[in-house]
Design a protein. Structure first.
Length: 61
């Protein structure tokens, strides 16, 4: 493992360069891997649409 001390701007530029060095197929697979990783990221306020739903019905007089 290598530790580098760099600014955020330098880090972003390096990540972009590394990504652009990949072939189109590798970029696509990298995108899919990232998408899968993000989908497993814990979320605090996940809304369950099937839970706690209720209906207010106001009958006409």
């Amino acid at each position: 493992m290598e530790i580098k001390f760099q600014t955020k701007k330098e880090s972003n530029k390096q990540q972009q360069e590394d990504f652009l060095k990949l072939s189109k197929v590798e970029r696509f697979y990298s995108f899919l891997h990232l998408s899968e990783s993000v989908s497993r990221f814990p979320v605090k306020n996940k809304i369950d649409k099937q839970k706690d739903n209720f209906l207010i019905v106001i009958k006409p007089k």
